[in-house]
Design a protein around this ligand. Structure first.
Ligand SMILES: *[C@@H]1O[C@H](CO)[C@@H](O)[C@H](O)[C@H]1NC(C)=O
Ligand SMILES: *[C@@H]1O[C@H](CO)[C@@H](O)[C@H](O)[C@H]1NC(C)=O
Ligand SMILES: *[C@@H]1O[C@H](CO)[C@@H](O)[C@H](O)[C@H]1NC(C)=O
Ligand SMILES: *[C@@H]1O[C@H](CO)[C@@H](O)[C@H](O)[C@H]1NC(C)=O
Ligand SMILES: *[C@@H]1O[C@H](CO)[C@@H](O)[C@H](O)[C@H]1NC(C)=O
Ligand SMILES: *[C@@H]1O[C@H](CO)[C@@H](O)[C@H](O)[C@H]1NC(C)=O
Ligand SMILES: *[C@@H]1O[C@H](CO)[C@@H](O)[C@H](O)[C@H]1NC(C)=O
Length: 462
């Protein structure tokens, strides 16, 4: 602030004003449970100022130009509620997570379904799976959380593609989606693998075990996952027979295969899954938690040049959440995981000094705000704070449940299938006067999951 030329009294007053409005980081004492809860409340409040789905004329859970991100927001809310006990946002969560499920109960709502990628749908399925695992109450007049996860699973298994590379999920669902349709990528396959593994553990239904094994086996025989070095590559091109991989490291690609392996180990006790869990965990920690950053998580492909797009800003939050669940279902990983999550949360809190209202930034490791503002930044920080409540809770009490350990979300193994009778009419609007309409859809056709990323990847395939 320039104060030269003003009288000394004026300078004093200005100085006082500057002090009052000075930005403060989120106060976080990583050893203090209440401090972490308060930090999580602040970050989550900052996240919810971007959510308008509960207001008159708005559509619950709808983010028209970035549909999948609604699932990331609800995922963060589920963890926030579960680990802090604060149910402030549970109504919005329940209504929004249900609303976007569509009339078929498979998260392909008509408004959006014609331009979605398999990964978009899958992320909503994982959020619903989380709701079931955390015993978030089912709604009384709609699809159960478990059945929604099953609906996504059934829908995706029908799109398993054996016409190229002997199997695998394509990135996009439809031929008119161009390059994304012929590409097979880690998040779509690793996401389907994770969903199958979590359904297997929750329901003990053999079909999910079979599919988890099938997706895993295909993945390690493709360039996507190397089961010796544990390198996870972003994608591979089907028209080339999936010979080459695009070696662009993204934290969520590692995280999703890691989650699936950890759940499979928890469910089967097979040492091969423990080997995969340890190998992938080791590689994930080495890749994204660098010593020179004080072991604070960094999205290494986009943060150095600060070019992360909205999708990419969300990955650290997803990885934070997943690591906390992995520490719960494979307790031997806890000591390796927790210090990294703690270092990340401390630094993330230091980044929340923006706009004089605790806006959090993208780069956590520099321990100050980097000038970025957005819902995605808030979601990721909310998630890393919630994950850090793990040391203060009884792991037995917070671990994801199964149908045998207290989970009672209603199962429907045929959910989402065309011949399933358990359909519902679209839920009634809470308020009339919806404004969103066809204009939004047009924007979306070209938006999707990230045409940008596709270009970057196709251009630099190794
Ligand atoms: C903080 O300020 C930014 C920029 O004005 C704004 O977009 C955001 O909604 C504010 N957040 C809160 C929690 O007030
Ligand atoms: C929507 O939810 C927010 C909490 O995120 C709350 O403050 C607000 O009052 C709600 N608005 C309506 C119209 O219910
Ligand atoms: C689809 O769009 C209509 C019209 O805007 C709206 O009433 C409905 O709630 C939307 N459904 C979803 C799932 O977003
Ligand atoms: C790696 O995968 C191959 C099959 O592709 C399998 O034979 C081998 O046992 C696997 N190794 C590990 C460590 O899982
Ligand atoms: C983890 O990585 C280090 C360094 O590459 C290696 O020495 C160690 O054997 C790995 N551990 C596991 C369990 O893979
Ligand atoms: C599976 O997860 C539960 C927590 O849900 C944990 O108590 C148990 O020890 C885990 N089992 C194995 C084999 O790691
Ligand atoms: C599940 O259990 C809760 C209590 O934990 C109960 O309120 C709810 O009605 C049960 N739901 C079903 C579908 O049985």
């Amino acid at each position: 602030m320039q104060i030269s030329g003003t009288s000394s009294l004026c300078a004093v007053i200005l100085y006082a004003l500057a002090l009052v409005s000075q930005a403060h980081a989120i106060n976080l004492d990583i050893k203090d449970e209440q401090s972490i809860k308060d930090a999580a409340a602040t970050a989550t409040y900052g996240m919810m100022v971007w959510y308008h789905g509960n207001e008159t004329g708005q559509i619950p859970g709808a983010f028209p130009d970035k549909w999948w991100e609604g699932s990331a927001l609800f995922y963060a809310l589920l963890n926030y509620w579960h680990f802090t006990g604060d149910d402030t946002y549970n109504d919005e969560l329940s209504v929004g997570l249900e609303w976007q499920s569509g009339t078929n109960g498979d998260y392909l709502p008509n408004n959006y379904s014609h331009f979605l990628g398999n990964d978009d749908q899958m992320f909503w399925g994982l959020a619903a799976m989380t709701a079931a695992e955390l015993k978030f109450p089912d709604v009384s007049d709609g699809f159960s959380w478990l059945s929604l996860a099953q609906g996504v699973f059934n829908s995706q298994k029908g799109r398993w593609d054996t016409t190229m590379c002997g199997g695998g999920m394509r990135w996009q669902m439809f031929p008119y989606q161009g390059g994304g349709y012929t590409m097979k990528n880690a998040i779509s396959n690793g996401g389907f693998f994770q969903l199958a593994a979590r359904l297997a553990r929750y329901t003990e239904n053999q079909e999910y075990v079979t599919w988890a094994n099938k997706v895993w086996d295909w993945s390690i025989n493709s360039p996507l996952v190397n089961n010796q070095t544990w390198l996870v590559q972003d994608s591979t091109e089907g028209t080339d027979g999936c010979i080459n991989g695009a070696n662009i490291p993204w934290s969520y690609n590692y995280g999703t295969y890691l989650m699936g392996a950890a759940y499979m180990y928890n469910y089967t006790g097979d040492p091969q899954w423990l080997e995969a869990t340890n190998g992938l965990l080791n590689k994930t920690l080495q890749t994204f938690f660098l010593k020179e950053n004080g072991y604070v998580m960094e999205e290494i492909t986009c943060e150095p040049q600060e070019i992360c797009n909205n999708n990419e800003v969300l990955f650290k939050g997803l990885l934070s959440t997943w690591l906390s669940y992995i520490a719960l279902v494979v307790p031997s990983t806890y000591d390796q995981i927790m210090p990294k999550l703690q270092a990340s949360a401390v630094a993330a809190a230091q980044s929340c000094t923006g706009n004089n209202n605790n806006t959090c930034g993208v780069r956590w490791y520099q321990s100050k705000w980097d000038g970025w503002t957005g819902m995605e930044e808030q979601i990721s920080v909310s998630q890393v704070f919630s994950a850090n409540l793990l040391p203060f809770v009884q792991s037995k009490a917070v671990a994801p449940v199964t149908s045998k350990t207290g989970g009672n979300s209603t199962s429907d193994p045929n959910a989402g299938l065309d011949n399933n009778n358990n359909k519902k009419s679209a839920p009634k609007p809470i308020t009339g006067g919806d404004k969103a309409g066809a204009a939004i859809m047009t924007v979306l056709l070209v938006g999707g999951w990230g045409a940008l990323m596709a270009f970057a990847l196709m251009g630099s395939g190794a």
